[in-house]
Design a protein around this ligand. Structure first.
Ligand code: CA
Length: 233
């Protein structure tokens, strides 16, 4: 049972999705344009299902603005390949996407995965706060402030997207252990099945660009050939 903000300008689709989410027991808030979506986001939904093509303000812009103040999971509804590319680049900070036309079953599964991921994160967070009073991870000159969602390198803050942050925090917390891309998708993104094979490598690459002296010869986030990735140091 969660509160879901559903943003879609096509009335029939909006009604169909809302009906199905409510049938799953969720509380559904709806908006049919970008400005209304931002206003409704103030209600503090647990997850946002966000169409890309919207009147007044498109879904990309809504996503970007939401991310300035909130880490709420965002599932984008995309209609075209070029939209998918922008979402997969994840510069926006969206957590997942589905491509139109999608089956209701698929959409509900993705919503469920995001909610599960959120619950897992919340329980991990509470576990960590009971285990460790200081929500900080330190690895060499890297300092990860888990509660403030900030990463410092040599005292300087590095700007990471929410997913880059989650991935780095996960790898550092399990430093030395090797994880396959599939396992990282499951643990960091919360998917049992890979959504897009590019998701993990794209994030690893951008983390290296931000954290490594020489991104082509990474010394913090290593690739273990044929197996996966691990954080060393
Ligand atoms: Ca639309």
């Amino acid at each position: 049972m969660a509160t879901i903000l559903l943003v879609e300008d096509e009335p029939t689709l909006l009604a169909t999705i809302a009906y199905n989410l409510r049938r799953e027991g969720h509380r559904v808030l709806t908006a049919s344009d970008g400005l209304a979506a931002l206003a409704m986001a103030g209600e503090g939904p647990d997850i946002v299902v966000l169409d890309v093509m919207l009147p007044k303000l498109d879904g990309f812009e809504v996503c970007r603005q939401l991310r300035r103040t909130s880490a709420v999971p965002i599932l984008m509804l995309t209609a075209k390949a070029d939209e998918v590319d922008r979402v997969v680049g994840l510069e926006l900070g969206a957590d997942d996407y589905v491509t139109k036309p999608f089956s209701m079953r698929e959409l509900l599964a993705r919503v469920k995965a995001l909610l599960r991921r959120r619950d897992l994160l919340l329980s991990e967070l509470s576990e960590r706060t009971t285990e460790a009073p200081t929500p900080h991870l330190v690895a060499g000159d890297l300092e990860i402030d888990l509660s403030g969602h900030r990463v410092l390198r040599g005292g300087m803050e590095i700007a990471l997207t929410p997913k880059e942050f989650d991935l780095l925090a996960f790898l550092v917390r399990h430093r030395g252990q090797v994880f396959s891309a599939e396992r990282l998708l499951e643990r960091v993104w919360g998917y049992a099945n890979p959504v897009d094979a590019r998701t993990v490598p794209v994030h690893i690459r951008s983390l290296r660009e931000k954290l490594e002296e020489q991104p082509s010869q990474p010394r913090r986030i290593e690739t273990v050939r044929g197996v996966g990735y691990r954080f060393v140091g």
